[in-house]
Design a protein around this ligand. Structure first.
Ligand SMILES: [Zn+2]
Length: 93
């Protein structure tokens, strides 16, 4: 499970006065509030490798060789596969 880093938008409880990290399942929506005090917070994109940052700078062919599946946004909440294994099209439904 990836670890996501969050930063509070104004909360000052012990938990969120510094950046904090939350372990979440892939695809789980980002937190919008501190789990401790409920103050608004936002996700910080840190150096943790997301699928996108792994893919950056690599050609689809290279990615496929490494066993990755890459999708590109095709609009309307749908993603089109550019390489690898998996369904050709994924969407919200
Ligand atoms: Zn807090």
């Amino acid at each position: 499970m990836p670890l996501y880093e969050y930063e509070s938008d104004g909360g000052h409880c012990k938990f969120c006065k510094d950046r904090f990290e939350v372990l979440q399942r892939l695809g789980e929506p980002a937190l919008t509030a501190c789990p401790e005090c409920g103050q608004p917070c936002h996700r910080v994109f840190s150096s943790f490798a997301s699928v996108k940052s792994i893919g950056d700078g690599l050609s689809p062919t290279k990615l496929a060789q490494k066993g990755f599946t890459q999708y590109k946004r095709a609009g309307d909440g749908q993603y089109e596969k550019t390489c690898g294994q998996g369904p050709d099209l994924i969407g919200r439904n």
